[in-house]
Design a protein around this ligand. Sequence first.
Ligand code: F6P
Length: 374
Amino acid sequence: MYKQIGILTGGGDAPGLNAAIRAVVRTAIGEFGMTCIGIEDSFEGILGETHSVNLTTKSVSGILPRGGTILGTRNRGHFVKVVNGKQCFAEIPISEALANLDILGIEALIAIGGEGTLLIAEQFHKRGFPVIGVPKTIDNDLAATELTFGFMTALDIATEALDRLHTTAASHDRVMVLEVMGRNTGWIALQAGLAGSADIILIPEIPFSFDSIVRKVQAREEQGSRFTNIVVAEGAKEVGKGEIYQDQEAVRLGGLGSYVSNHVELLTGKESRCVVLGHLQRGGSPNAFDRMLGTNFGACAVRALANGETGSMVALQAGTIVTVPLSEACANVKTVPVDGQLVRTARDIGISFAAPRESKLAEPARFEARMTNN
Ligand code: F6P
């Protein structure tokens, strides 16, 4: 049994991080009699002079509903670099980090983060240092777990934004475009679009054409709906084109919402406005589900370490928390299945993904014609 474990949070923050930290500390101390060291600012905190803090049940008291992370986080730094437009892990200063962990008396590590953080955590495991990963990301794009905490809160925020855009779109007969996060997956856009009654959803998994968007706007117009709500995932792509970046050097997606809004205004003659939801999706208090999931993941991660596991990640599968090898967890990005239930349901209820195929078949128009005739 370990006497002292370390905990860190890495990557973009997500609602539920503090819930997970609290659960780790309370379980480690209360259930297993360990002491807990918080490493600050992700893996950066175990380099150089090191930055760490002793965590007690008192120091984590009251943090459950708080957004962000009390430990700080980084999604850039010594461990993650951008080279030629791609993130990579060249020059990982792992020997220095391991030596510092030894000096701090940390015998095992719980790393809470997304794909990047978990890939780094795996390197520690490969060097023989005990580590358990805890998945978090608002993008919900980790393959080995059905859900990551942060996602459901982001979804609530995006859905509320759509509800609000709905009334102003209808009042002004406008096309409103909401750009949401999600990196190269469309989970937030798709599910917020379904929950918030979008008319068109653009996701990275289904390349879109403006022809198809225009047809949908016109079909709605002919039907008497003079406004249209479009949700755009930041990583969605026009057929034959690449993603749009607000910062190509830093590989930061963003800008597709305005691109779509400007084109739609030009092509349809209708007024259009774009809203970029941005980091509002990540900030603030986690919803009840993310508090629950963060707490469950945190407690189970400590239990896994105490049971002698290493090189694993806690994951939600079929309603149960299990552990999976970190290598499996990081192997693939979980994208939206284009023939899956969610996409089918969206199409069933008349939502367009603006795929060129949809425009040729004029599916939205046919759907609405059928509805009007019945
Ligand atoms: O991975 C989480 C995420 O919020 C993505 O959805 C988004 O593309 C990215 O992080 C934004 O990163 P930053 O905080 O560096 O702007």
